[in-house]
Design a protein around this ligand. Structure first.
Ligand code: FMN
Length: 212
């Protein structure tokens, strides 16, 4: 029995989330909270969990960095042939979760995924430091490696062959999550948390309160 974990309790009491205060549009509400997280200088404020589902309906989740957002969608970049890339090909439905413990806030977004345009991915690829670009171009993300040396040798070979001058490989690029649902969660005392869920009705965003 993990008694230490059972006894671990943190009271949430910083803030409230009231119907009068939330924005009518969830994209604006996200923007307000995301800027709060950035302004609080939280480490990796743009880190989120992305959940995908494979063709057998089995979920998997991993942390990624949000790299852009607008009313068109929430963008991240990765390897299209990775496990998540393969799962997204099988099933475009996905979910994102942000958790900022210092703010006692959680945001959940559910929707479907589309690939970003090659031009958008090219632009972002070229903004990355050369080491990250090289890693993206060389690493067969989510494939089995014999050992670490295999990866390091492949990086050295690539350096010798191409130096710093290479383009984005077609198997690496961006996706955007197009939201169909949002939930904004604010921790409150004694687990009586505030939860405001936004949903689409006749193509208009509406919201209601959910029980904690
Ligand atoms: C803080 C953090 C940020 C990460 N950001 C990314 C990212 O933006 N893109 C990415 O492909 N992997 C990122 N990763 C690695 C992923 O969590 C994961 O290991 C990788 O994408 C392979 O996942 P998959 O096998 O499910 O496809 C990040 C990991 C951490 C801990």
């Amino acid at each position: 029995m993990q008694e230490d974990i059972q006894k671990k309790r943190h009271e949430y009491s910083l803030n409230q989330l009231n119907e009068e205060d939330v924005k009518p549009n969830p994209f604006d509400q996200f923007d307000a909270w995301f800027k709060m997280a950035l302004n609080a200088n939280l480490p990796d404020a743009n880190a989120m969990t992305l959940a995908t589902v494979n063709s057998e309906g089995k979920p998997s989740a991993r942390i990624l960095l949000l790299k852009d957002y607008s009313e068109e969608g929430y963008c991240f970049f990765t390897n299209y042939d990775s496990r998540k890339g393969k799962e997204l090909k099988q099933n475009p439905n996905a979910a994102m979760v942000f958790f900022w413990p210092q703010l006692e806030k959680q945001i959940r977004i559910e929707g479907h995924i589309q690939q970003l345009s090659p031009e958008h991915s090219d632009r972002y690829f070229m903004e990355r430091p050369v080491g990250s670009r090289r890693a993206a171009a060389v690493s067969p993300q989510s494939s089995i490696l014999k050992n670490r040396a295999e990866l390091e040798t492949a990086i050295e070979d690539f350096k010798t062959k191409f130096g710093d001058d290479f383009q984005r490989p077609a198997f690496w690029g961006g996706y955007q999550l197009i939201p169909e649902k949002f939930e904004f969660w604010q921790g409150r005392e004694s687990r009586l948390n505030d939860r405001i869920e936004y949903f689409l009705e006749d193509k208009k965003w509406k919201f209601h309160r959910l029980a904690p």
